[in-house]
Design a binder for this molecule. Structure first.
Ligand code: DGP
Length: 113
């Protein structure tokens, strides 16, 4: 289920352009417009939910599927030597887009947070 007001849902639908590097029935991966590392991708489930606790059984299955796909996607996009995954959960964490997403950061030696 997608939300017509959500930026990431609109990217998934192709209404807003993005640099997609991977897509299948369950997930979409595109470049972050404000990269915080040499490689900065966002892995986004094709269902709209804001937080892990809102994912439900289907969402958790989707997240688990995404985690199985991410290593190859990261490797194929310049993260051969490792990468960092981040999920910002809520405002204190700095979440600005309220459609759950996994940041994939790498392509260089990352510093501390
Ligand atoms: P977060 O702070 O965890 O909610 O991260 C949201 C990220 O989404 C942030 O790093 C910037 C990125 N972002 C926001 N709007 C767009 C957009 O329209 N396109 C793309 N590619 N990235 C976006």
């Amino acid at each position: 289920m997608l939300d017509e007001k959500c930026i990431f849902c609109r990217i998934i639908k192709g209404e807003i352009p993005s640099a997609k590097v991977y897509e299948d029935d369950w997930m979409c991966v595109f470049k972050d417009v404000e990269p915080k590392a040499k490689v900065h991708l966002l892995a986004v489930p094709k269902t709209h939910f804001k937080l892990i606790e809102e994912a439900g059984e289907d969402g958790m299955e989707m997240l688990s599927y995404m985690l199985t796909k991410i290593p190859a996607i990261a490797r194929e996009n310049g993260c051969e030597n490792g990468y960092r995954l981040i999920i910002n959960q809520g405002e204190d964490a700095g979440q600005t887009v309220f459609h759950l997403h996994i940041h994939i950061l790498g392509g260089e030696k990352l510093g501390d947070l």
